[in-house]
Design a protein around this ligand. Structure first.
Ligand SMILES: Cc1cc2nc3c(=O)[nH]c(=O)nc-3n(C[C@H](O)[C@H](O)[C@H](O)COP(=O)(O)OP(=O)(O)OC[C@H]3O[C@@H](n4cnc5c(N)ncnc54)[C@H](O)[C@@H]3O)c2cc1C
Length: 384
């Protein structure tokens, strides 16, 4: 599927300018992803998927992002939902006390993904960001299910997904934060608010929720698991974006090389050195992402794995913004025109360090840890 992602990337790149200009959903890219079986990438083989691990996901995300970072970012949300669901092993299910019905529901969601459904993530809220401890969307039990009410923001792919992972707080017991997979349709309303600097084609609009869902929509079947899952699987909450932004950074270098060759600027030492420095910086960030991803697969949950996850996110976000800015400067003013790939990549790359955990937050956690503290409790704000 890595090869397949490489094959699709040039098609995505050819469509990227139009979606960026209009802020429109890259529907043709998603049709290509569906046809090539990417929605089942993280789904275990026994349920009809490709059974990829986190390192394989990271390799795929990097290639897709070289075509269009926005498409790769929306796909990242689907991969996060399916990857986290697939990561609930039988041992973990036992430890968390999950019922047979909950495991059946997990398998049904995963099988549907392998059959061509895709999922978006509606976690963030205005004023709370993606911090689960601060969200105000709430749910209450009904006969046979739950009623969820609240407003979400920054929901990539809003209006196009088959279902939405919605994080909400129990009205009965506000300490319990749970996640639901809410099918598209009645009870969900998209408000088109996303007219942003970068990653415009993600269509990360507001989503208003007033929906009743069956019991099987509660992920894990037990209330209050959202924070536990965030702590067990920080790679999906933090590091999965990293591969996307390294891909965006590499695309910026590629676009600069093409521009510099066309304009015959390659004899200029300052231009060459910018490209050389950018190439080295992207390669280094890429290695950090690969190392984090390898450790997530081989040594999940270890303190050093978590440190690599934070390092990867920090380096990817910062490198993408710096490299894209430098490549624009190397290419010159003509690359600043609307529609030039470098102009879009410069704006898309800017979002990398802003996505949680932000570069500043990753640096804070790494610093607290290096100084012998506990990032869970000694950071400047609650970790989740
Ligand atoms: C392109 C894009 C796509 C997105 N797609 C989705 C999506 O599909 N679904 C979804 O749910 N969300 C999505 N998000 C939202 C994202 O997950 C965050 O919720 C959002 O970026 C956080 O909002 P914020 O920056 O306003 O707030 P905050 O996270 O509160 O950040 C504000 C400032 O406070 C700082 N800060 C925050 N916490 C700490 C801390 N602990 N220590 C020190 N400083 C801190 C930050 O560094 C930043 O400078 C997307 C965001 C982007 C940019």
């Amino acid at each position: 599927m890595i090869e397949e992602a490489r094959r699709l990337a040039p098609r995505f790149a050819a469509r990227a300018a139009e979606h960026d200009r209009d802020g429109s959903f890259p529907a043709a890219d998603f049709a290509d992803l569906r046809d090539a079986g990417f929605f089942g990438l993280m789904v275990p083989k026994r349920l009809g998927g490709a059974g990829a691990g986190f390192a394989e996901y990271a390799a795929v995300a990097y290639e897709l992002a070289r075509g269009n970072g926005a498409t790769a970012l929306i796909f990242n949300m689907h991969a996060s939902v399916t990857g986290a669901l697939a990561g609930v092993s039988d041992e973990l299910a036992d430890a968390l006390g999950l019922s047979a019905e909950a495991l059946q529901a997990r398998d049904d969601h995963l099988r549907a993904a392998a059959d061509g459904s895709w999922y978006a993530v509606a976690m963030s809220e205005r004023g709370a960001g993606s911090r689960l401890s601060k969200i105000t969307t709430s749910y209450e039990r009904t006969d046979g299910g739950y009623h969820i009410r609240g407003a979400k923001t920054f929901c990539s792919g809003a209006g196009h997904a088959g279902a939405y992972l919605v994080a909400a707080r129990s009205a009965d017991d506000p300490d319990q934060v749970s996640q639901f997979l809410v099918p598209a349709g009645d009870g969900l309303r998209v408000e088109e608010t996303w007219d942003a600097l970068g990653m415009r084609a993600t269509g990360s609009h507001d989503l208003h929720v007033d929906a009743t869902v069956p019991a099987g929509a509660l992920l894990g079947g037990v209330e209050g698991l959202a924070l536990v899952i965030a702590q067990i699987a920080p790679h999906w909450m933090v590091a999965s974006y990293a591969a996307v932004y390294v891909g965006v950074a590499r695309a910026a270098v590629d676009a600069a090389v093409e521009h510099v060759n066309q304009r015959k600027l390659g004899h200029l030492p300052a231009v060459r050195a910018r490209i050389g420095r950018a190439d080295a910086a992207v390669a280094a960030a890429h290695l950090a992402v690969l190392e984090a991803a390898r450790r997530v697969d081989e040594q999940p949950g270890e303190a050093e794995t978590t440190r690599w996850v934070w390092r990867a996110k920090l380096l990817a976000g910062t490198t993408a913004a710096e490299v894209a800015a430098s490549m624009l400067e190397a290419a010159g003013t003509s690359a600043m025109r609307r529609g030039h790939p470098l102009e879009r990549l410069y704006r898309d790359a800017r979002a990398g360090s802003l996505q949680p955990a932000t570069s500043d937050v990753c640096a804070d956690w790494l610093g607290v840890d290096a100084l012998g503290g506990d990032p869970d409790s000694d950071g400047s704000a609650p970790r989740w």
